[in-house]
Each structure stands twice: as C-alpha cells, then as structure tokens.
Design a protein around this ligand. Structure first.
Ligand code: SF4
Ligand code: SF4
Length: 244
C-alpha cells in the first residue's frame, strides 16, 4: 500500500491522467490558508479546467452586437466526469476527497451546491498556478484567457503542490472588459490575494443587464467581458487559421 500510494499519487501522474481524460488544464495547490473551517480537513485542491468551444460558435448577434454564451453543458458534463475519475482514484488509495462541481450548479439545492459560499474555484486555480482573477472577476489564464470552465476536487492526499501560485493580477493597464461592459459593472481595480474574497464586479448591475438581454434575445446572455479579453485571443485566432 505504501509503495503503491507513493507511485500512484505522484502529482505529475495525476495531472497526466486527467489531461488524457480531456482536461485542458490541471493544477494542484495548497488552499489551506483560505478554506472555511468546514473544509479544512481537505487542504489540497486539484483544480481542473476545460476550455470553451471556439468563440465563433458561441456568439449570438443581437441589436447591440455580439453576445457570448458562457453556458456549456457539455463542458460541465466533461468536468464532472473527470472529477469522478479523480475522486475514485483518490478514494481507492484511502484518501478523502470532495468534488466541488462547476459553477453552473450554483443554483442547485443539492448539499454540494450549498458549499459554494465556502469555496471558490477561482481561488483554487490561483493557488494551483493556473491564472489570476481578472478585472472582469473571472479566472484568467495566460494561454486561454477567461474562456475556461472550472471545477475542483479537494483532498487530504499529500500531493506535491504548486510552488508559484498567483498572488496578484496580471491585467496591468488593460481595461478592455471595463470599457466593454454595457452595465458599467466592472471596476478598473486589480486583484490581489491579500484582499480576500472581494467581488470585483457589480453583480446586481450585471444581473440587470442579463435580464435586459433576455428580453432582447430570449436568453440572459452577455459575456462581453469574456469576448473582449485579449488573453487567449491569439490561440483562438490560430485555431481559426487567422494567424500562425
Ligand atoms: S456579463 Fe456583461 S454585463 Fe455582466 S459583467 Fe460581463 S460584460 Fe458586464
Ligand atoms: S480584458 Fe484586460 S483587464 Fe479585463 S480581464 Fe482581460 S486582461 Fe484583465
């Protein structure tokens, strides 16, 4: 058991396994400093992301311009399947784990959904070295920008964790999402881990804009703050063959 555990739970092997299962990004971080008391027995976070499908297929054109759908049932399904694999793997080795599902489950009444106020996928991803929290309030990755969906598995397995977590924003002088937001919901303020769980966007203003859009196009979509982010746009252009 001892040697099997050491062999099976090497962090790089878990990462490779989950990347093969379809994850776009996998990182492992120490989240012990920011966890609610209820979750402190699970101080290690395996942070998982799956990228959104190509933006072209996710644009809806309304009178006011393109709206971007950030709801991807297929992506979330894939994330949940990957979570199940890692939970089974950890449990088979005798470790505790808890899968926190993607954010689309926030409104569920299930027990697991009620954990959301106690936990943030974004914070886990920053601890795992996968990105920072952008001015748009989303996790921004250097390669994929904010065009990713996230899930996390918390565990007590003694995995090797990221030694270079993100502790501050890298948005810099960019303010494209600030200028693009039709609701004026985004402030030109950069995230820093020391500030704790502070919301960077005016959630009520954003919600009101989504409601306006629902009346316009039948769905409460917007996502302009995702669409305009320059991070990851080079990758999208490459995929479309627009650049090398
Ligand atoms: S989804 Fe739209 S309204 Fe909401 S913060 Fe982003 S740009 Fe603003
Ligand atoms: S658009 Fe610019 S400011 Fe907004 S999240 Fe992306 S990099 Fe940061």
């Amino acid at each position: 058991m001892e040697s099997a555990t050491k062999h099976f739970l090497a962090a790089f092997e878990i990462k490779n396994y989950l990347l093969k299962m379809g994850a776009t990004l996998v990182g492992i971080g120490d989240v012990s400093h920011g966890l609610a008391v209820e979750l402190r027995h699970l101080p290690v976070a395996i942070s998982l992301a799956v990228r959104h499908p190509s933006p072209g297929r996710n644009l809806i054109y309304a009178m006011q311009g393109p709206l971007y759908s950030s709801r991807y049932e297929q992506v979330d399904l894939m994330l949940e399947q990957i979570q199940k694999k890692v939970v089974n793997l950890l449990r088979s080795q005798g470790f505790k784990s808890l899968a926190i599902p993607p954010d689309t489950h926030r409104r569920d009444n299930r027990f697991i959904a009620r954990l959301y106020p106690l936990f943030s996928h974004k914070m886990a991803a920053t601890c795992a070295g996968l990105g920072w929290i952008g001015k748009n309030g989303l996790l921004v990755n250097e390669i994929y920008g904010p065009r990713l969906s996230w899930a996390t598995v918390l565990t007590n397995a003694p995995l090797e964790v990221c030694t270079s977590p993100y502790v501050a924003s890298r948005c810099g002088n960019c303010r494209r999402c600030v200028d693009a937001c039709p609701a004026g919901a985004i402030s030109d303020r950069e995230w820093s881990r020391d500030e704790g769980p502070v919301s960077h966007i005016d959630v009520e203003a954003c919600r009101a804009q989504l409601e306006k859009n629902r009346q316009l196009v039948g769905e409460d979509l917007c996502g302009l703050c995702i669409l305009v982010c320059p991070r990851g746009q080079l990758l999208s252009a490459r995929k479309k063959g627009l650049t090398k």
